[in-house]
Write a protein that binds this ligand. Sequence first.
Ligand code: GLU
Length: 292
Amino acid sequence: MQTDDRQPVFRFAPSPNGALHLGHALSALINRDMAQAAGGRLLLRIEDIDLSRCTPALEAAMLEDLDWLGFPYEKPPRRQSEHFDEYRQALQSLIDRGLAYPAFMTRGEVKAEVAKAESRGETWPRDPDGAPLYPDFDRKRPPDERERLLAAGIKHTWRLDTNKALAAIDAPLGWIETGDGERGQMTADPAAWGDIVLSRSDAPSSYHLSVVLDDALQGVTHVVRGLDLFHATSIHRLLQELLALPQPVYHHHRLVTDGDGRKLSKSQGDTALSALRAAGQSPAGIRRLLGL
Ligand code: GLU
């Protein structure tokens, strides 16, 4: 397909780790509507770095749902699991600059550490999603001990030394927001997330690292996604700055919630697009249900 450098580029980036539901349909359709209104390109990215949960069968079902719904993306879609080398290189560049360190604590160990501190009456800092920040033991680990653990093949992830990373960039960080919450010039606060994870123990990347690399590699100019990822944009802006990647415009849209006001999850079968289709719903009916 002929493309034009000035053409806006939109993308929908689902993870095939469950069935697509009404929340995904809203995101896909808003991307489609905005791309059409702007005369832009519409891309699909399959975010499948979690190979234990993302399966070919779920991906096939996802593509079928999107075709039925009417999501005309440029083919082929980009599949993250086919780009581990690109992520590995970016991760290595952060390691080489001394901005990333190996993190050996398991989730259970972090949880136990937090519980211990809280039982002493201490308040453990939490990120904007409410998860405890990663303890600083691994960041403070002496280099020789780090080397010894790495050489011994101890399972680990890599984490960003966020304060060091912030010191390495000179400009204040922000982004332009056009979505359904706050709008205009936003101020990024990556420190609120502590030392974010850059790679999983079973993949050379994390959601945060792949998302910024792929948005840049795919030339995405408009990131349109749910408001649940609004605060994560602070991290994405920091990584873009560290890796000298261009900065897209962000549009965080409203979320589809269940009767109790909670965000839909992939386990809520009755809002799965396949279930709605089987019950006789049409793509136009889905648009109406979503208030589009
Ligand atoms: N893969 C993410 C999700 O399914 C969305 C990533 C993004 O749009 O930045 O929640």
